[in-house]
Write a protein that binds this ligand. Sequence first.
Ligand code: MLT
Length: 309
Amino acid sequence: MKIVLAEKVSPATLAVFQKEPGWQIVSPDQIKNGLAAELADADALVVRSAVQADAALLSHAPKLRVIGRAGVGVDNIDTDAATHQGIVVMNTPGANAVAVAELTLGLMISMGRSIPRANNTMHAGKWDKKTLQGSELRGKTLGIVGLGRIGLEVARRAHAFGMTLIGYDPFIAPVVARENDVTLVSIDEIFKQSDYLTLHVGLTTQTEGLINAHSIGIMKQGIRIINCARGELIVDEALVEGLKSGKVAGAALDVFRQEPLKESAYYGLDNVLLSPHIAGATDEAQEAIGIQVAMQVRDYLKLGVVQNA
Ligand code: MLT
């Protein structure tokens, strides 16, 4: 078997494949003549989020049987083209859920307490105590759009902070929401009632542009928005407008339509917190993701077992 690791994965990922006698593992630094050439005789491809596994790339991979996505979103993989070629696409849902949930809570507290500004002013030699009075999470309403593994981890943590939880998810069983103290509401109600709104849905034609001029228009004055899911969920012009007018008190954005983010209307807005798509990037999550994706790919190639396809 030939396994092409197109992006850096944890050492434990390599170890899973290396245990298989006779398997050839190609790591990113060994890809000298381009990924397409490397895929000509590959059985498996493992990617994270940077490589675009589109139809053009897959057309160079006649033997490919499986693509392992080390992570959750498969929007960088042309799943239709893969299916057409008989390639199974597997992801690793759940492995980074705690990491994303922890960053989400961290961003909420950072916004409410202006931690980045406090740090910046201190490093600039200023003691700006008077301008740094914040607000608590306790008693605020958190709207969670998407109550999958990540959304539920967020709910459990936010509950410990004394927040009121409301959620929108057309697919969740009401009993699961109830068990996690989340009241299910319509999408418009979540916009209207939330003090903090956090997004935990994948990118689909239904979710693209979910945060737009209309939805911002019906939101509470002073809402704070967190996006650790996908940049395309937000119409940036509308959010920038909301941030400038004060309708949106703050936004914490970890994901963007174009990554890496280069030019951006968010730059310089002091009520915006930006991070470079690091929500799932913890040692623990990357280790778990690597092992999970490697075991899934191995089991498919050896036993035909399909998981998380
Ligand atoms: C994911 O989809 O798993 C996260 O956004 C993290 C990533 O893409 O690396």
